[in-house]
Design a protein around this ligand. Structure first.
Ligand code: GDD
Ligand code: MN
Length: 396
């Protein structure tokens, strides 16, 4: 591998180590609260957190999104950046959160309400738990020791407890407050989740679908809003039952799907090799075209151009098709491209060494040695890119 490849990889590692945080805040008719919450986040978030706030507003009739825009214009030197996503219609809390998560760029994501029920002062502790313990999800919990709910009428408490019991018994959820609307997680754990995003309970869906994720609960005091009104109503309770039913069926099907993991894995490997083969064609044709059209171009240069084209087309096809990654954030995509090139370089060197070793030391026939070396190097390449470049579990 060349020195420049090495430095690309080192740079990417540095980029990925840089801590960053996305805070997703769904809003509907919260113009009276949103300024207060943005203000109190200002004192809770430090610059080192490198935080971005993503407000997802469903075209609130009270002009919440305009209030946020004004706020952004007038704020000097904030310790975080603010982005507002305006959706045309009211599509529900869970779906707003999913939209926010899709736009998030941080390594960690925090989800919280905008009505001051969820204290921003708890965020640093949530982030620290994510960074320093081995958990993937941190739930701010009303129902662990030290947590509480204030301001809710008996009826609302009852609904919350009932919903919690349903989740615990029906879905085998172990934690105390799976209904919490205040939680943080490492962003990569939701990469492969296809959300139903029905109703209010997006955390529950993450808990069920991000299998293997480690969860930790920390206490907080939920304070009911003093301004504006809750958007919880009867239809959201019905949505809840529907979403639990779907998650229940999902849990059942995952068990049968376990066998299908091998099918998924093989189909991805198949795509990866198809892309590899397409790269050979691109390489050949591009080199040939450059060699033929620019007749005074040295054939080695033409070949180099062919290599660059084919590596790039391999990368793009693998990103979009093989690993179904549609996030084209510039930094992220460049980091992936760097890793992809780095692994190709390592693979090439490894293949050379292996062929040499097999032919010279084991006295194997060249064509057999070449076949073995290509097979081993390409499997390695596939696995490395799956795990590190596209951040998937190896066996999935
Ligand atoms: N964009 C968008 N679209 N935002 C919405 C929508 C919607 O359709 N519906 C609600 N929101 C926003 C509200 O503006 C608020 O910021 C947040 O979602 C929570 O809505 P509330 O109506 O205040 O919910 P709640 O107080 O009854 O319940 C909350 O707290 C509980 C305890 O943590 C929710 O977060 C529950 O999920 C949670 O169990
Ligand atoms: Mn609320």
């Amino acid at each position: 591998m060349t020195e420049s490849n090495l430095s690309i990889i080192q740079k990417e590692v540095l980029i990925s180590r840089k801590r960053s945080l996305s805070i997703v805040i769904p809003t509907y008719n919260e113009s009276k609260n949103i300024v207060k919450i943005l203000d109190s986040l200002r004192s809770a978030l430090t610059r080192e957190m490198n935080a971005e706030i993503i407000v997802v507003d469903d075209n609130s009739p009270d002009g919440t999104s305009n209030t946020v825009e004004e706020y952004v214009k007038n704020s000097k030197n904030p310790s975080y950046s603010i982005q507002i996503i305006r959706r045309e219609d009211k599509r529900g809390l869970s779906s707003a959160i999913v939209t926010g998560i899709e736009h998030a760029k941080g390594d960690a994501v925090v989800v919280m309400d905008s009505d001051l029920s969820h204290p921003p002062q708890t965020i640093p502790q949530m982030v620290e738990e994510l960074q320093n313990s081995d958990c993937d999800i941190v739930v701010a919990s009303r129902y662990v020791k030290g947590g509480s709910v204030s301001g809710w009428p008996f009826k609302r408490k009852l609904i919350s407890k009932g919903a919690t019991k349903i989740a615990q018994h029906g879905l085998g959820i172990k934690i105390k407050d799976p209904m919490s609307g205040f939680f943080a997680f490492k962003r990569h754990i939701v990469n492969n989740i296809k959300f139903d995003a029905i109703g209010y309970k997006i955390l529950l869906e993450i808990l069920v679908k991000a299998r293997g994720a480690k969860v930790k609960e920390i206490p907080y005091n939920f304070i009911d809003r003093t301004t504006g009104s809750s958007k919880m109503d009867f239809s959201i309770c019905v949505d809840y039952l529907q979403s639990v039913w779907r998650l229940y069926r999902y849990g059942k099907s995952v068990k049968t799907n376990e066998r299908r993991t091998s099918v998924h894995f093989l189909s991805k490997a198949g795509r990866f090799y198809t892309v590899g083969a397409s790269g050979l064609l691109v390489n050949y044709f591009v080199s040939f075209m450059f060699g033929a059209v620019l007749s005074n171009l040295w054939y080695i240069y033409a070949t180099m151009i062919g290599i660059v084209f084919s590596m790039s087309s391999n990368f793009i096809l693998n990103k979009i098709w093989t690993f179904e990654d549609r996030n084209f954030d510039t930094k992220r995509t460049l980091a992936q491209y760097g890793l992809f090139l780095g692994f190709s370089g390592i693979g090439a060197v490894f293949q050379l060494l292996l062929v040499y070793g097999l032919v010279e030391l084991r006295h194997l026939n060249y064509s057999i040695a070449l076949f073995l070396a290509v097979a081993i190097a390409s499997v390695g390449n596939f696995l490395l890119n799956k795990k590190w470049t596209f951040q998937e579990k190896v066996w999935s």
